[in-house]
Design a protein around this ligand. Sequence first.
Ligand code: GDP
Length: 298
Amino acid sequence: IVKLSNGLEKTREQLSKHLDTLIKGHKSFDQSFWDEFEEILIMADVGYEVASNLIERLKARIQKQGLTNPEDFKAVLAEELNIIFEPKKRISAVNLPEVVLMIGVNGVGKTTTIAKLAHRAQMQGRKVLIAAGDTFRAAAIEQLELWAKRVGAGFFAKKAGSDPAAVAFEALDKAINEGYDLLFIDTAGRLQTKVNLMEELQKIYRVLEKKHPGAPHRSILVVDATTGQNALSQTKLFKEACGIDEIILTKLDGTAKGGVAVAIVMQHDIPITFIGLGEKMDDLRPFDGLEFANALLG
Ligand code: GDP
C-alpha cells in the first residue's frame, strides 16, 4: 500500500514550508498576505487564473466565518479544497461489459495506468480485457501486452497500423462473447491536430455505441502531474475534442507540482478519480479530496 503523504512529499514540503512562513509572517489577512499566498500557489503550479479564483473563494469564506487570524488559514484552505474536490456525480450501473476509453498523450503513464486499473479490477474479482487501440507504435502494443500478462488480464490487439476503431470493435466483440466484465481500450497518444484526434476518437465512439448501447461508459484522461501547466492544457484539448468523464493524475510521487490537481478540478470541473504514485501496479490510489488536501498541507 502506498502512503499518499509519502507520494506527495515534494509538493507538500514546498507548500507547507511556504504556508508556515506566510502564516507566521502575518498578523492579519492583509494585501501582502494574499500577494504572498498567490506566489505560493503559482510555485505549486496552480496557474494565475485558478490562483485568483481560489483567493476570492478563500476571502469569502474567511469573511463569512469572521476570521481575522492567519493561524486559522490552513484549516480554511483544507475546507475549501475539500469542497473543490468533492465528487459531483457517481456513475450508475452499466450493462456489461463496461467499456472504458483511455486517453492521453504519449509518455504520461497511460500504459502503466491501464495496467494499474486492470490489476485493481481483477483484484476485485472482475474479468478484464485490455485492447491495444494505439496502433501507431508497435512498441506500445508490445508494452501493453506485457502488462496485461503481468496483471493476468486478457489482451486484444491487431497489427501495428490497423484502424483503431476496428480494434475497438473487435475487442468489444471478444469481450461480449467471452464474458468479460470490463474492457479498457487504449487510444493513440500522438499529439495530433485537434481535428484528427476528434475524428479518430469519434469513430471509436460510433462503432462502440452502435454495437453496445451506452459504450463507451467512461472516457478517462491520463495526465502527468510533473508537466504542471501542460497537464492543464492537455485537459482542455481533450475535453474539447471528445469529452472527458474522469482524470487520472500520474507521477505525483516525483513532483512538487501537485497543485495542478486543484487547477484541473477548478478550471475544468472534471473529477480526478485516481492518482499515480509510482511505477508498480499497486501504485495507484483512489483520489480523496480531503485526504489530498490534508496531505498537501501537511
Ligand atoms: P505512456 O506512453 O503514456 O503509455 O506511458 P507509460 O505507461 O509507458 O509510462 C511512461 C513512464 O512513466 C514509465 O517509465 C512509467 O514507469 C512511468 N510512470 C507511469 N506512472 C507513474 C507514476 O505514477 N509515478 C512514477 N514515478 N512513474 C510513473
